[in-house]
Design a protein around this ligand. Structure first.
Ligand code: MTE
Length: 311
């Protein structure tokens, strides 16, 4: 299935404009074009596209999405990243590309991002801890970055690493995770049109607690695949081990596809608590969908695989 993408050059906006736009879309008044005010983003980043294929759920408030986080480099509780991530220096920032590809090297993030077409994508996000959010991300297709890197035919996997710098990341002074945080995808998963390298949310640059300046978003997988503050990308012929797999392989696998039929050993994955506007105990509990509802786009990737074994 082709991902519906409307080519609308727009500038960035604040949350109020998003919500406004959503109401207009719901009322059927507006198609996909949005009236948005310019901001600093447009000075440093090229024009981007918007996408409304998934404007079907209520957006999570920007406040919840930026204050209820997992980013263990800045502490273990949900409020720690927003409180502590201010110490992360995101400019200048270099991404190293290495392994089985032609175009290796160290790339300045600003220069790298300029190569690609930015889009807004509103995605449902499902955390392995059984809560979920709906977030408007701003990013470019990982597929475009992969093409830019020119992988060799032997490359079958892509691997990512977060910055390791305990001076800036206080959580790394402890051993809660074998640092640096690591993730990986099969190359065909990386090439899927839904997979996004993300640089912003709610029309602004990513806040540090959400993984500035560059993170991964894979909306049909549990949130832990969305590695934050990436400094290294490597092309491999072997499947890499991700951080959570390394810690508890019986609980977390390489694939981490959202699957209501395969429970975590310690809790059910059948339902999720949807965090919308205003985080509270009254957030609705809804049924979790296979592949987080993106099966039309991704189910083919796993044809013939036993998903209870490859979890
Ligand atoms: N990336 C790094 N480097 N460190 C982390 O602890 N946590 C993961 C993922 N990426 C994490 C990370 C988990 S468990 C989740 S659910 C998502 O980030 C949360 O992303 P969000 O805070 O933007 O919602």
């Amino acid at each position: 299935m082709k991902f519906k993408n409307t080519h609308v050059d727009h500038q960035v906006t604040d949350e109020a404009t998003y919500l406004n736009r959503r109401q207009l879309i719901q009322a059927g008044v507006m198609g996909t074009a949005a009236l948005m005010s310019p901001s600093a983003w447009s000075l440093t980043l090229p024009k981007h596209q918007t996408n409304d294929a998934f404007v079907i759920d209520e957006l999570t408030s920007e406040k919840d999405a930026t204050t209820y986080n997992n980013f263990y480099e800045f502490g273990l509780s949900k409020s720690d990243p927003a409180e502590n991530a201010g110490s992360l220096k995101t400019a200048p920032w270099t991404v190293t590309i290495e392994g089985l590809c032609e175009n290796k090297g160290q790339f300045d993030i600003e220069q790298l991002v300029k190569q690609f077409q930015l889009e807004e994508r509103i995605y449902r996000m499902r955390c392995v801890e059984a809560w979920s959010m709906v977030i408007p991300w701003l990013g470019f297709k990982l597929a475009d970055l992969v093409k830019f890197c020119q992988p060799l035919s032997a490359a079958k996997y892509i691997y990512f690493e977060t910055l390791y710098d305990p001076k800036q990341m206080p959580g790394q002074r402890g051993r809660s995770i074998p640092w640096p945080y690591r993730e990986g995808l099969r190359l065909d998963e990386a090439m899927n049109e839904l997979t996004l390298m993300t640089v912003g949310m709610y029309g602004k640059k990513l806040p540090n607690q959400n993984g500035a300046p560059l993170r991964l978003i894979v909306p049909w997988k549990y949130g832990f695949k969305g590695i934050k503050s990436i400094v290294k990308i490597k092309f491999l012929d072997q499947q890499p081990v991700n951080s959570w797999q390394a810690i508890a392989p019986q609980e977390y696998g390489f694939y981490a596809n959202v699957n209501p039929q395969v429970d975590h050993p310690r809790w059910s994955q059948a339902t999720e608590r949807r965090i919308t506007g205003g985080f509270s105990l009254f957030n609705s509990r809804i049924k979790t969908q296979m592949f987080n509802g993106y099966g039309d786009y991704v189910a083919d990737l796993y044809k013939g695989m036993d998903l209870s074994r490859y979890y």
